[in-house]
Design a protein around this ligand. Structure first.
Ligand code: CA
Ligand code: CA
Ligand code: CA
Length: 292
């Protein structure tokens, strides 16, 4: 199943299915053999992934990003990151009606996914290769991108909230896929938003212990303008890793995305099959009880 090939009706069905079973829409690489995108300079121009809404963005010249088969997940691909030196950076970003250039040379959202207050969860999977020399607590982070006052015509209050394991008392393993789920009780920290990076909303002297729910209360009018996962920028050393299966739930509707080399033929994942099997078993059990 490819985002690009879906009819509107199929899209509705696919989104409903994704919400029910976390199956995920497939986002394909631009090139059949996989993508290797490197930006330029320190800001890093973007590249759209077809019309999927996803972009390679903020990629610096010392960093490569692209859907590849190097660390396949849920099929034949994932988003692969190679930060070759200290200060590397690259992101995979979902931007609503992304346009370029808008506020800089990078892609940026021109629309919203809904109210920040309606974000109940987001999740992703990441993989850190043990060849990485970056400090051990670093892993690809996940971010929700936000317009703080909800007025998309004012851009000085754009920014985001970042999930990192170290601020949630969680360690980082290597050479294994890890799924992280961010909910209201998860600690997140900010960049931008017109507040300056690392703003301490509860004034307790520490900016990295404020929860997603606390941020939602602090910015009641904020709108979600996208999601992002990536590596850098203040990291020491090199980093090799990957990201896949990014999802979020807004107003009870879950959207999830599986990054793949090419159309992998709609093969359901084992987890989906288990859910379906459990449903059938439950139905059978109900029927048995009715017979009795
Ligand atoms: Ca995948
Ligand atoms: Ca604004
Ligand atoms: Ca605080």
């Amino acid at each position: 199943m490819s985002w690009n090939k879906l009819s509107p009706l199929a899209l509705v069905a696919a989104l409903a299915f994704a919400g029910a079973a976390q199956a995920g829409l497939v986002v394909e690489a631009n090139n059949p053999a996989g993508d290797v995108f490197a930006g330029s300079g320190s800001s890093g121009k973007g590249q759209a992934l077809g019309s999927s809404g996803w972009y390679y963005n903020n990629a610096r010249a010392n960093t490569k990003i692209g859907i590849s088969g190097d660390e396949p997940r849920s099929g034949n691909g994932s988003v692969y990151f190679q930060g070759q030196t200290s200060g590397s950076k690259a992101d995979i970003e979902y931007l609503v009606n992304g346009a370029k250039p808008l506020f800089s040379q990078n892609y940026a959202s021109t629309g919203t996914l809904g109210n920040f207050s309606d974000l109940s969860a987001m999740s992703y999977e990441w993989y850190r290769d043990s060849s990485s020399t970056a400090t051990g607590h670093f892993h690809a982070v996940m971010r929700v991108l936000i317009d703080r006052d909800g007025n998309l015509n004012t851009a000085g209050d754009r920014g985001g909230l970042v999930f990192e394991r170290i601020y949630n008392a969680l360690g980082v393993s290597t050479d294994a896929w890890v799924q992280d789920s961010i909910t209201g009780t998860t600690n997140v920290w900010n960049f931008g938003l017109g507040l300056g990076t690392g703003f301490d909303i509860d004034g307790n002297g520490y900016a990295y212990d404020d929860t997603l729910a606390a941020w939602q209360a602090y910015m009641p009018n904020a709108k979600i303008i996208g999601f992002s996962a990536g590596i850098g920028s203040g990291w020491s050393g090199s980093y090799v890793g990957a990201v896949d299966n990014v999802s979020w739930t807004i107003a009870g509707v879950t959207s999830s995305f599986n990054f793949e080399l090419t159309d992998s033929g709609d093969v359901p994942e084992p987890g989906t099959l288990l859910v379906a099997a459990a449903g059938l078993l439950g139905l059978a059990a109900t029927r048995r009880r009715r017979v009795r």
